[in-house]
Design a protein around this ligand. Sequence first.
Ligand SMILES: C[S@@+](CC[C@H](N)C(=O)[O-])C[C@H]1O[C@@H](n2cnc3c(N)ncnc32)[C@H](O)[C@@H]1O
Length: 229
Amino acid sequence: MRNEDSSVQATFNNIARRYDLMNKLMTLGSHRRWCREVAIYATGRGGQRFLDLATGTGVIARAVLAQSPDSTVVGADFSESMLNVARAGEGNEGIEWQFADAHELPFEDAEFDGVTHGYLLRNVSDLDRVLNEQFRVLKPGGVVVALESSPPAGILAPFIRTGMRVVIPTLGTVIGRDREAYQYLVGSTLGFLTPEALKLRFEQAGFTDVGVKPKFMGTNMIWTARKPR
Ligand SMILES: C[S@@+](CC[C@H](N)C(=O)[O-])C[C@H]1O[C@@H](n2cnc3c(N)ncnc32)[C@H](O)[C@@H]1O
């Protein structure tokens, strides 16, 4: 594993216990609704086996299972502390929790009908490899659906940027008890690719029908993309 990834892994191991509460505050309570929306898109065409990468505390994995109760869902992450919080949650029957690095997935080719993830892409050291791996494990015709943060754009961008730089590390100090981790989260969002650039990377990995739906003044996006048949 590269040094950048080990440091991301350590960051998430440190903040696992308070992550859900912080997420709720940072998204003003919208995170669960967005996760449900991700799950609805991912399961819309049916399917029996789904992978939620960077599952964290498992919110998207549980939402996928709620939409598709007869399927099996694998919730995978490279932070054992996050996975431990996921394992301790309720509504886990039908979910397999598994340690996995998104750069090197321990799954067969064409194993999954759908792949989901929330806030993974801006954290990885090799985005193209991570997208190629998702393409590989998807069945032809399968979808990837991703919730991802996005750098603010448009006339309000300077105000939103300043707000994020002030509010999130403050919440991270008082509630999350780890200012540095939340400074990292803000930095990784502000420094991430524009939607136009990310769309290109999905397409370069082989995906078609790449679509994006902005949320929260464009600071969050829900991405959908398909592996051709
Ligand atoms: C911000 S959390 C998001 C958790 C969850 N998806 C959600 O929406 O609440 C990001 C997660 O990605 C995981 N992660 C980051 N890089 C990863 C990688 N290379 N492989 C697997 N998981 C990774 C972290 O451990 C962390 O649990």
